[in-house]
Design a protein around this ligand. Structure first.
Ligand code: NI
Length: 227
């Protein structure tokens, strides 16, 4: 890993986990909005999450309405990204907002045009897999090509969290979940938690020192990224 990659990796670790973390500092009203948004998101076990989405061909009012709805849900859920698949809509449409100051972006028919050889591993969460955090190794930089909600070409060069969110959301459009990209032991732990309605987070050396076992909760204290 280059120095740049290491710096970016460190920056990611400072963030909340990708889509899934329980955000800190939400007031009661924001928590309620978050719960209502999460209730609209399709959860693990629903076959739609395993289905590839179809390219968008009509840039009409329906598409604009779907995109607006997704941005609203992403914000309410305090997530950093959302794919249409997660609302049960099998169209190649995603929204993301990587970082608090960033504007939400709508991306239609996205394709990863280029990805870096530099790989970085970081924690991810997913609004469709509540309570689960896994480490996922992905390219640090990507260049993604797609269209905006009106059909105009869009090219995005992303690094760090933005690159990670884009890859996670594009995976959703292909029916791929973050647990598919986790190492076997973590995937097993995550699947067990999903089956039993528990939580899972990778074991860390710190956890052992603190006397916590692997996957015994703890996800809430740990930074996680969710889309
Ligand atoms: Ni997700």
């Amino acid at each position: 890993m280059t120095e740049e990659a290491a710096a970016a990796a460190e920056a990611i670790e400072g963030d909340a986990p990708l889509e899934a973390g329980e955000p800190e500092g939400l007031d009661a009203e924001a928590m309620e909005r978050r719960a209502a948004a999460l209730a609209r998101v399709v959860k693990f076990g629903d076959p739609v999450l395993r289905s590839p989405a179809s390219p968008v061909s009509e840039f009409d009012e329906d598409l604009a309405a779907d995109a607006e709805r997704m941005i609203g849900l992403m914000r309410d859920a305090a997530g950093v990204g959302l794919a249409a698949t997660q609302l049960g809509v099998l169209r190649r449409l995603l929204v993301f907002q990587a970082g608090g100051d960033a504007e939400p972006t709508v991306l239609v028919n996205p394709e990863i045009e280029w990805s870096s050889d530099d790989l970085v591993s970081a924690e991810e969460g997913c609004l469709s897999l509540p309570g689960v955090i896994v480490d996922v190794e992905r390219p640090l930089h990507v260049r993604v090509r797609g269209l905006d909600s009106e059909g105009a070409p869009l090219q995005i060069e992303g690094a760090g969290l933005e690159a990670r969110v884009l890859q996670h959301e594009i995976d959703h459009l292909d029916g791929v979940l973050m647990i598919d990209r986790a190492e076997r032991e973590q995937r097993r732990g995550a699947l067990r938690a999903l089956r039993e309605g528990g939580t899972y987070a990778p074991e860390r050396p710190d956890d052992e020192a603190a006397g916590n076992g692997a996957g015994q909760g703890g996800a809430e204290e740990r930074p996680v990224t969710e889309d």
